[in-house]
Structure formats: structure tokens, C-alpha cells
Design a protein around this ligand. Structure first.
Ligand SMILES: NC(=O)C1=CN([C@@H]2O[C@H](COP(=O)(O)OP(=O)(O)OC[C@H]3O[C@@H](n4cnc5c(N)ncnc54)[C@H](O)[C@@H]3O)[C@@H](O)[C@H]2O)C=CC1
Ligand SMILES: O=C([O-])CC(=O)C(=O)O
Length: 268
């Protein structure tokens, strides 16, 4: 029997994922979505072969085996708490919001839920996890985004940094992954995923650059470990709906969901 999928948020990630699931993915069935604007959601779902139910954020966990969160970080808790309490498989996009809520992992242990953080807009988490089974000296991530992809970040507002007037590449943040995720909740979920894969949010170091010369959301990770040295870069095409979000993100989540049911699974 197919696993039922519920998606919170029908934006750059959620709508693409919903469309892909509606086109048919073996072992998975789109059962429900939660959206802020129900009329808009109904219009977006009009052409779907099998229309999913439209539920509340918490209501997804009542009907879905797998709850994918693809909404703003501000509503993360509502989706996550219900999914974990009901023992579902919870797949967060806003994984930066998980860092200050690690109690959800204890709650998941009690309920039998699983929390599966997708690689999302990043790369190489298989190698980082493997390296972290041994000794790791350092993990860093350098993120470069076109300035418009950083607008609205609470850290920039707090420090009165106006990225729209930047004309040369500028380092706007340097610190650990925990602080990066709090200051840039819509920009560096990748840093949170990297931290969770490797040596944790306090030791994972992050640089965020506003760079008018880049057209892609670019992330470079560097790992110094006893077993290997890794340097990897991904250059993501920003999505039309939300320039903060790379187009690869819904594809990565789809690949992650396929891995939950497929007979052949590649990568750790
Ligand atoms: N893990 C990763 O690698 C990445 C994570 N993200 C994160 O994923 C999340 C989703 O990203 P996008 O799809 O680009 O955002 P988006 O802004 O395009 O879409 C979010 C959707 O959630 C809806 N929404 C807002 N409040 C809601 C509510 N109360 N109930 C239901 N729906 C609600 C909005 O109407 C919108 O359609 C964001 O937190 C983003 O920062 C984005 C890119 C990469
Ligand atoms: O899409 C990207 O390049 C990364 C991103 O927004 C995030 O990690 O939140």
C-alpha cells in the first residue's frame, strides 16, 4: 500500500513537490496539503489528477504517513509537533527551525516518529555523515547569494544592513550554524542540515556573502576529517516563485521521499 504524503505550504518547494507526486511516484500518494490561502490552493490543485484534502497544518498528521514541512519557519512548530506526536515520518524543509527544538527528537523517540532532514539545496551530506563516524576537525560552509535572496533576514534588519545597495561582494555574517539559522531563517537551512549531518550547530562555521556578481545561490562546504578532506560546491538556480530557494530543493525532497520506499536506494 502506498504511503500517504502531506505537505505543509504550497510555495516554491511544496507546489513543485505536490505536482511531482500527483504525476505518480511509486509507493507514494499525495493525500493532503495545508495552505494559508485555501482558495489559492484549490486553484493550484485544480489540474491535479487526484485532488488531495486541504487541511490545517497540524491536521496533516491525521491523514499522512509522511509529513513534509515546506512553509515559513514561523509555523514550523505547529507542523512538527503534530507530526512527531502522531508518530509520523517528518521531513522538514525549514530545518534551521529544528536546531532550537531538539526536544522534538526525544519526543519522536517516545512516539516512534522519525525526523528525516533532506539534503535540500545542499550536497554531500552522505560524505559528511560518513566522515562524522570518525574524527572531524572542522566543518565550514560559505554561502553566496544574490543580494535580493537575502532581503528580509532578521539578522540584517537587526544590524541595519541594507543588502539592496551593495555593489561588491560583502561578508554579512560570520559565526556558527546555530546563530546563522536564527539570523537567516529563510536563507541557510543548508547550514543547519550540514550541522546535523556532521559536528553540530555550535562547531559548524558559516559565512554568508551578499554578492551582486552571482546569479546562483552558491554553497561551498569544507570538511577536514581524519578519513578525508572534502570541498564541494553547489550552484543553485533560484526558483521563480522565491529567489531565496534553489530550484533543486523540491527535487532533493522528492529524491528523499523516493528513498523511503524504493527497493534500490543509492547513497547512505
Ligand atoms: N532545506 C533546504 O535546503 C531549504 C529550505 N528552504 C526553506 O523551506 C521553507 C519553504 O520554502 P519555499 O517553498 O521556498 O517558501 P515559499 O515562501 O515559496 O512557500 C511557503 C508557502 O507556505 C505558505 N504558508 C505560509 N503560512 C502558512 C500557514 N500558516 N499554513 C500553511 N501554509 C502557509 C505560503 O503561503 C507559501 O505558499 C522555508 O522555510 C525555506 O527557508 C528553502 C530552500 C532550501
Ligand atoms: O536554496 C538555497 O540555496 C538555500 C536556502 O535557501 C536555504 O538553505 O534556506
Amino acid at each position: 500500500m502506498a504511503l500517504k504524503v502531506g505537505i505543509a505550504g504550497l510555495g516554491a518547494i511544496g507546489l513543485h513537490l505536490a505536482k511531482a507526486l500527483d504525476q505518480g511516484v511509486e509507493g507514494l500518494e499525495l493525500a493532503a496539503v495545508a495552505a494559508r490561502d485555501h482558495a489559492k490552493a484549490a486553484a493550484n490543485l485544480a489540474g491535479f489528477t487526484r485532488k488531495p484534502a486541504i487541511t490545517s497544518l497540524a491536521g496533516l498528521a491525521d491523514v499522512a504517513d509522511i509529513v513534509v514541512e515546506a512553509a515559513p519557519a514561523a509555523v514550523f512548530e505547529e507542523v512538527a509537533t503534530a507530526a512527531v506526536a502522531k508518530g509520523r515520518i517528518f521531513v522538514p524543509s525549514s530545518c534551521g527551525a529544528l536546531l532550537p527544538r531538539m526536544h522534538l527528537i526525544e519526543a519522536a523517540k517516545r512516539s516512534g516518529a522519525r525526523i528525516i532532514v533532506p539534503t535540500g539545496a545542499l550536497l554531500g551530506l552522505d560524505a559528511v555523515r560518513a566522515a562524522a563516524e570518525g574524527d572531524v576537525e572542522s566543518v565550514t560552509i560559505e554561502t553566496r547569494k544574490p543580494p535580493r535572496g537575502l532581503v528580509g533576514a532578521p539578522y540584517l534588519e537587526k544590524h541595519k544592513i541594507d543588502v539592496t545597495v551593495i555593489t561588491t561582494k560583502t561578508l554579512v555574517f560570520k559565526g556558527n550554524a546555530f546563530d546563522a539559522a536564527q539570523g537567516f531563517p529563510a536563507n541557510v537551512n543548508v547550514a543547519a542540515a550540514l550541522a546535523l549531518a556532521g559536528i553540530g550547530p555550535e562547531r559548524t562555521m558559516v559565512e554568508i556573502w551578499a554578492d551582486p556578481e552571482v546569479t546562483r545561490n552558491t554553497h561551498t562546504i569544507r570538511v577536514e576529517a581524519a578519513a578525508a578532506r572534502l570541498t564541494m560546491t553547489i550552484e543553485n538556480v533560484p526558483s521563480e516563485e522565491n529567489p531565496r530557494t534553489g530550484k533543486i530543493t523540491p527535487l532533493s525532497i522528492l529524491a528523499c521521499l523516493r528513498g523511503l520506499t524504493s527497493t534500490l536506494k543509492v547513497g547512505s
